[in-house]
Design a protein around this ligand. Structure first.
Ligand code: PLP
Length: 396
């Protein structure tokens, strides 16, 4: 019998919704025209793309012409940050970001540093929230952009985006937020938040991989990073990824409906809370990372002291449970997560981190399975851990 997979790595990616799949299907086989064509067959496809754009705009409370389709979160982040930097380099070369951004933002900033820009990396408190006073103090005459993520992918902490937006607006500085982990999980209103640019990615909320969007406020001019045809109103060249755009539109439509449904949100939250409560009850010396209150409902990041997170993951995998040690990008590297280090955790504790991220498909049975097997795995690993032995001897 095939072993059932218990998938708890939904911040890495989600299973595509069947409704999304069905919406995409005709664009591979029947409606395959290039939307740039002048004939009716192509114009129909173009119309469907514009409908999808409207759904993306609705999710963000934006205008449809402020939405540009990209190949995902990474491209949206690159486009926003490089696009503002290159368009405003005569005005200034200073950018402010946070120490806990995704690598799509951090490495884009590092690239700009090599090209003459100066970057301030704001520290965060023990919950992963940026210091607003530090942000205010970091603003300079030549600051052109603030880029701070909406929700962190590893620990789920939600940043004070509205407050940052207000400061940026007062100081006349562009503000970008990477909302890849917020979209579909919390309400997003670009107008209320005062953001100029916002990145999202469909595969994080039951859409297909390889498609995303960047919201660009209509008053904001950016330098494109892809050059070619006149697609996306000259903001992003390349033939549209039609089927995926349709899928993203459908995923947004479903997300809008689900975000209005309190019981939908409560189901995910109560499963996450049960998992957290039972782990803390049954396993000694576990730390929960991230903000207890300002956190997306689906994410639980813990450090199990005195053992390696990677060893726990391998043992969970034997049980058919998929979790991660943090970001998909840092998996496989020996360095502990930059996010956990930024919280002030020592290396040895940060190494013991596990992230469980839930989806609408998870059930009570999934959570019970983790609750049942995790204490045994931890006990087994701690029994062979020299650090655990030392800890026990110290306690005697
Ligand atoms: N930003 C955040 C916060 C993410 O979690 C991710 C993906 O893990 C990305 C950006 C990159 O998105 P994509 O995989 O669509 O390129």
């Amino acid at each position: 019998m095939e072993k059932r997979i218990i998938y708890l790595d939904n911040n890495a990616t989600t299973k595509i919704d069947e409704e999304v799949m069905n919406a995409m299907q005709p664009y591979f086989t029947e409606k395959y025209a290039n939307p740039s064509g002048v004939y009716y067959f192509a114009q129909e496809v173009k119309k469907d793309i514009e409908n999808a754009r409207e759904n993306v705009a609705k999710l963000l409370n934006a205008n449809p012409d402020e939405v540009v389709f990209t190949s995902g979160g990474t491209e949206s982040d690159n486009m926003a940050i490089k696009g503002i930097a290159f368009a405003n380099k005569e005005k200034g070369k200073h950018i402010i970001t946070s120490a806990i951004e995704h690598h799509a933002v951090l490495n884009t900033c590092r690239y700009l540093e090599k090209n003459g820009f100066e970057i301030t990396y704001l520290p965060v408190d023990k919950y992963g929230i940026i210091d607003i006073d530090m942000l205010k103090k970091s603003i300079r005459k030549d600051t052109i952009l603030i880029t701070v993520m909406y929700a962190n992918n590893e620990i789920g902490t939600i940043e004070p985006i509205e407050e940052i937006g207000k400061i940026a607006r007062e100081k006349n500085i562009y503000f970008h937020t990477d909302a890849v982990q917020a979209a579909g999980k919390i309400d997003i209103d670009v107008k209320k938040l005062n953001v100029d640019l916002l990145s999202i990615s469909a595969h994080k909320f039951y859409g297909p991989k390889g498609i995303g969007a960047l919201y660009i406020n209509k008053k904001v001019k950016i330098e494109p990073i892809l050059h070619g045809g006149h697609h996306e109103k000259n903001r992003r060249a390349g033939t549209e990824n039609v089927a995926s755009i349709i899928g993203m539109g459908k995923a947004c439509e479903i997300a809008i409906k689900n975000l209005k449904d309190q019981s939908y949100k409560m189901k995910i939250k109560s499963l996450r809370d049960k998992l957290e409560k039972e782990i803390l009850k049954n396993i000694p010396e576990v730390i929960v990372n991230g903000s207890p209150e300002k956190r997306v409902d689906n994410t639980l990041n813990i450090c199990i002291k005195y053992i390696e997170g990677e060893s726990v993951l391998i043992n969970l995998d034997f049980e058919g449970i998929c979790a991660s040690s943090g970001s998909a990008c840092t998996s496989g590297s020996l360095e502990p997560s930059h996010v956990l280090l930024a919280l002030g955790l020592p290396h040895e504790i940060a190494h013991g981190s596990i992230r469980f991220s839930l989806s609408k498909y998870n059930t009570e049975e999934d959570i019970d399975k983790v609750i049942n097997v995790l204490p045994g795995i931890v006990e087994k690993l701690r029994n062979v851990s020299p650090f655990w032995k030392e800890r026990k001897n110290d306690a005697k």
